[in-house]
Design a protein around this ligand. Structure first.
Ligand SMILES: Cc1cc2nc3c(=O)[nH]c(=O)nc-3n(C[C@H](O)[C@H](O)[C@H](O)COP(=O)(O)OP(=O)(O)OC[C@H]3O[C@@H](n4cnc5c(N)ncnc54)[C@H](O)[C@@H]3O)c2cc1C
Length: 444
C-alpha cells in the first residue's frame, strides 16, 4: 500500500463570466462561444473536469460528487446518449433490446448534481489548467481523462485516409459507442452467405474476450437460420486468450463448420476495395468483414501530450501515468481513468481494458482526489475485473473470466486470472446481475 500526502493547490478561478450552464442540463448550442470564453465557476469547492462521459467518466462524476459534495464536477462528452458496449454483442442476436443498452445521461447528472456539456474536447493548455472544447474553454483544478480508445487505422494505412475511412465505413469495428454497432447488426441481418473475416487488434486492446464472443453470437445466428457462412477469426496472438478452453470448446462443439480461429494472423496489408487481407498466417478473400484495427488511448491523451514512450523512445500509444495512483507522471493534477490507461506492471502489462475496471478505477480516483482535497493521506488501491461472455444462443450459456491483483514481494502488481470455461446459463444470469448493478451505480 502506498500512502502519500499531497496538498491541493487551487488554481485561481479563470472564469470570465459567460456560458453558464444549468446543472445537469445539456448546453444550448451557443452557450460557450469562443476560444477565450470560460465557464464561470459555481460553488465553493474545487472544479474537477472530466473529459469523456462513458463508463469511466460518468462513474468518476458520480463518485466525486459523493466524495466532495462541494466540488463542481463537469463532464464533457460528445455523444448525446449513453450506449453500453457491454451487452452489445448480446444485442446483436436480441438477447437484450436497444433500450437496454441506451441510457439518458441527464438523469444521473441531475440526480447527483454534476454538469454535463455535450461538446467535443479539442485540446488542452495544461500550464494554465484549461481544456479547450468545441463550445469554448473550461478551467479546472483537477482533470480526468476518460476518453476510452481510438481506432489506430493509421498503424496500417499511414496517411492514406481514404483507405482508412473506406474500411471504417464499410467494415466497421463497432468497438466504440457510435453508429457502427447499428451497421454491424444490419450486416448480420442481411448476410446471405459467404466468408466473414474478423481481425482482432494486437494486445493490449479493449475487452480482450469480447471479439470471440461476437464470433460466437454471429455463428449462432447463422446456424439457427441455416445461412451458409464461415467466420475466420484472424488473431495476432498465438492462441485464444482469455478463456481459451471455454472458447475452443464453443468453437469446436457448437460451430465446427462456421468458426475457424487463425492464430498468429497479424495483419500485413488490407485492400478493402478488393476485399482481400494479407496476414502473417496467409492471405484471405472475404465477402464481409469486422475489421478491428490496433487500439490506442483516446486522442485526448495525444492532445494533452501525455502518451508514454517505450525503451526505444517510441510512443506506446497509451498514457504515461503513475501505476498505483493513476495520475499522469508529468502532471499530478491530471488523472487517467479507463481504457486509455498505460501499463501497470511488467508482470502482465495493462489492466484489462474493461468497463468493470473503468468503473473501479473511477471510484479509486474519486477517493484519491477526495483525500487530496481534504489534505489526507492518499491511499493506493487495486481493482479487480470480471467479464461474462455469451457463447450459445439456445440454451443461452456464458463463460467467464475473473482477475484479482495484489502487490508482490518485489513491490510490483501481480495478476491472478481465473477462467471459467464450462458454459452455463447461470453465468449469463450473473452477467445481468453485474450489468444492472453497474447501471445502478452510475447511470441512475
Ligand atoms: C463489444 C464489446 C463488449 C464489451 N463487453 C464488456 C463486458 O462484458 N464487461 C466489461 O467490463 N467491459 C466490456 N467491454 C469494454 C468496455 O466497453 C470498455 O472497457 C469501457 O467502455 C471503457 O470505459 P472508458 O470510460 O475508458 O471508455 P468509454 O466507455 O468508451 O467512454 C469514453 C467516452 O469518451 C467520449 N469521448 C472520446 N473522445 C472525446 C472527445 N474528444 N470529446 C468528447 N467526448 C469524447 C466518448 O464519446 C465516450 O463516451 C466491451 C466492449 C465492447 C466493444
Amino acid at each position: 500500500m502506498i500512502r502519500r500526502r499531497t496538498l491541493l493547490t487551487a488554481a485561481p478561478s479563470l472564469a470570465l463570466g459567460m456560458g453558464l450552464l444549468g446543472r445537469g442540463a445539456l448546453a444550448a448550442p451557443a452557450a460557450l462561444t469562443s476560444d477565450t470564453t470560460l465557464m464561470p465557476r459555481t460553488g465553493k469547492g474545487p472544479r474537477i473536469v472530466i473529459c469523456g462521459g462513458g463508463w469511466g467518466g460518468l462513474s468518476s462524476a458520480r463518485h466525486l460528487r459523493d466524495q466532495l459534495p462541494d466540488a463542481e464536477v463537469i463532464v464533457l462528452e460528445r455523444n448525446p446518449i449513453f450506449w453500453s458496449c457491454p451487452m452489445s454483442n448480446k444485442w446483436l442476436i436480441d438477447v437484450v433490446d436497444t433500450a437496454f443498452l441506451t441510457h439518458d445521461m441527464l438523469a444521473p447528472a441531475n440526480n447527483h448534481g454534476y454538469r454535463l456539456v455535450q461538446c467535443e474536447v479539442t485540446g488542452f493548455e495544461r500550464d494554465k489548467k484549461i481544456v479547450r472544447t468545441s463550445k469554448g474553454n473550461v478551467d479546472y483544478d483537477f482533470l480526468i481523462l476518460a476518453g476510452g480508445i481510438r481506432n489506430a487505422y493509421d498503424a496500417w494505412f499511414g496517411d492514406d485516409h481514404e483507405a482508412a475511412e473506406y474500411t471504417r465505413t464499410h467494415f466497421p469495428s463497432a468497438y466504440i459507442a457510435n453508429a457502427e454497432h447499428l451497421k454491424l447488426k444490419n450486416m448480420l441481418r442481411d448476410f446471405k452467405g459467404g466468408t466473414i473475416v474478423m481481425t482482432l487488434p494486437p494486445p493490449p486492446h479493449r475487452c480482450p474476450p469480447s471479439p470471440y464472443e461476437r464470433a460466437c453470437v454471429m455463428a449462432w445466428h447463422f446456424k439457427v437460420n441455416n445461412i451458409p457462412a464461415k467466420i475466420l477469426i484472424l488473431d495476432p496472438k498465438p492462441g485464444i486468450a482469455p478463456i481459451s478452453a471455454g472458447y475452443r470448446a464453443a468453437f469446436e462443439e457448437l460451430y465446427p463448420d462456421i468458426i475457424t480461429h487463425v492464430p498468429n494472423a497479424r495483419v500485413r496489408e488490407l485492400d478493402p476495395w478488393n476485399k482481400r487481407i494479407m496476414t502473417e498466417a496467409g492471405d484471405f478473400d472475404f465477402d464481409e468483414a469486422v475489421i478491428m484495427p490496433p487500439h490506442q488511448a483516446s486522442e485526448m491523451l495525444f492532445h494533452a501530450d501525455l502518451i508514454g514512450k517505450d525503451e526505444n523512445g517510441n510512443p506506446t500509444g497509451w498514457a504515461d501515468m503513475d501505476q498505483r495512483l493513476f495520475h499522469a507522471n508529468a502532471d499530478d493534477s491530471v488523472y487517467i481513468v479507463g481504457d486509455s490507461m498505460g501499463a501497470i506492471s511488467p508482470h502482465f502489462g495493462h489492466y484489462p481494458k474493461s468497463a468493470h475496471v473503468a468503473n473501479y478505477i473511477a471510484k479509486i480516483v474519486a477517493r484519491n482526489i477526495g483525500q487530496r482535497v481534504r489534505d489526507e493521506e492518499v491511499v493506493a488501491e487495486l481493482p479487480d475485473n470480471l467479464c461474462y461472455m455469451l457463447v450459445n444462443g439456445d440454451p443461452r450459456e456464458a463463460i467467464s473470466v475473473e482477475f484479482t491483483y495484489e502487490v508482490g514481494a518485489d513491490g510490483l502488481v501481480h495478476q491472478n486470472q481465473i477462467d471459467i470455461d464450462v458454459r452455463t446459463p447461470d453465468l449469463l444470469e450473473e452477467d445481468f446481475v453485474w450489468v444492472n448493478g453497474m447501471f445502478d451505480d452510475f447511470l441512475r
